[in-house]
Design a protein around this ligand. Structure first.
Ligand code: NAD
Ligand code: IPM
Ligand code: MN
Length: 358
């Protein structure tokens, strides 16, 4: 998408629980930015989620991936997950389905502390917590290969296979290297569990060692994942970019989100370079607070900032970022961060701040 793109078309999937509360606020803020910048953001909503699944069985229509590729510049998704669907079937079809079918192989999850009063780590400030987790997003333990044998009996066997391909590992490590270069970063930590997973993660090791010489400007390091999460807490300032497999990236990015102020603030992008990509907050549908109007919309707003930057709307993206920083500085927050604002009230505040740029 060229920097001059005057109009963008976004597919919006609010999903379940607080997804339905925070995504409208993000859309409001995007609209304010588009207006302030003299541009247009057309947003088309899709009602896929637990309600729709329970009503008529629809999860992800078969033509959806192709339709998104053809008709949209990006997808903005809230969250999938509902206690009424214990199998999580709709989330597997919609969220994991889109990641797989659109081949969104790099999940970019920044863990950047915007205001030091919100980190739980004593004595740490904004310069200490500034790293990004790049999570492999199409393989690993998420491919759904496995099955049951003698299910429901005392002899039950349950298998869940981890799939690592040469192509999949190489492209995500390369993505992380290019991400570092593009953002002027020098340090890249690859994390695996090759001391125990002697086949799949041996592949990660070999690819990692093969690629290193191609990026002499990057200081590479390797940590086993158990040490990685310990070091993230002990001294997060040592990290700039972390690349790891699907499951470890899922876990490390929730920990990283908390170091940077909490799940309510964390955004992400599921990326396939050059093709339609999907942006979503890192958090889930939070059934424990859904329907109360107190969910933090900032994760979705920062997700939207990532999306706008990805589409070449750098100026508008910076406005969203600036609005969030101002709200945190002034303590304009929802209860998860100790404030008393509601979701909509904070969304309005952020939209007004963004509109101030016109
Ligand atoms: P969760 O992220 O929904 O909630 C974890 C905790 O963080 C809860 O206490 C919740 O109240 C809090 N929280 C999360 N987002 C918040 C926000 N924006 N503002 C304030 N507080 C917030 O994780 P969970 O409870 O493990 O999962 C709930 C459901 O969401 C499950 O069905 C799970 O599978 C699903 N889930 C979906 C996604 C996704 O769609 N990307 C991500 C994670 C979990
Ligand atoms: C996430 C979520 C999903 C994942 C779940 C809902 C399947 O936790 O996006 O981080 O594990 O990828
Ligand atoms: Mn997760």
């Amino acid at each position: 998408m060229p920097e001059t793109a005057g109009k963008i078309r976004i597919a919006v999937i609010p999903g379940d629980g607080i997804g339905k509360e925070v995504i409208p606020e993000a859309c409001k803020v995007i609209e304010a930015a588009a207006r302030a910048g003299g541009r247009a953001a057309e947003m088309v909503s899709f009602d896929w989620g637990a309600d729709r699944y329970l009503a008529d069985g629809v999860t992800l229509p078969a033509d959806a991936p192709e339709m998104f590729r053809r008709e949209f510049d990006a997808i903005l998704l809230g969250a999938m997950g509902d206690p009424r669907v214990p199998s999580n079937q709709h989330a597997a079809d919609i969220l994991l389905g889109l990641r797989a079918k659109l081949d969104l192989y790099a999940n970019v999850r920044p863990c950047i502390l915007l205001d030091k009063k919100y980190t739980p780590l004593a004595g740490r400030s904004e310069t200490d917590i500034r790293f990004t987790v790049i999570r492999e997003n199409t393989e690993g333990l998420y491919v759904g290969v496995g099955g049951f044998f003698k299910k429901g009996t005392a002899d039950e066997v349950a298998l869940q296979e981890e799939v690592n391909t040469r192509k999949g590992v190489e492209r995500v490590i390369r993505f992380a290297c290019e991400f570092a270069r593009r953002n002027g970063l020098k340090k890249l930590c690859m994390s695996d569990k090759s001391n125990a997973l002697t086949f799949g993660h041996d592949l990660w090791q070999r690819v990692y060692h093969e690629l290193r010489p191609e990026y002499p400007d990057i200081a590479f390091s390797h940590l086993y994942v158990d040490t990685l999460v310990m070091q993230m807490v002990r001294d997060p300032s040592q990290f700039e970019v972390i690349v790891t497999c699907n499951l470890f990236g899922d876990i490390a990015s929730d920990l990283g989100a908390q170091l940077a102020g909490g799940l309510g603030l964390a955004g992400s992008g599921n990326i396939h370079p050059g093709s339609v990509s999907l942006f979503e907050p890192v958090h889930g549908s939070a059934p424990n607070i859904a329907g109360r109007g107190i969910a933090n919309p900032v994760g979705s707003v920062l997700t939207s900032a990532m999306m706008l930057a990805h589409l070449g709307w750098d100026r508008e993206s910076r406005w969203l970022d600036a609005a969030v920083r101002a709200s945190l500085r002034e303590g304009k927050t929802t209860p998860d961060l100790g404030g008393s604002m509601g979701t909509k009230e904070l969304g309005d505040w952020l939209a007004r701040h963004v509109a101030g740029h016109s």
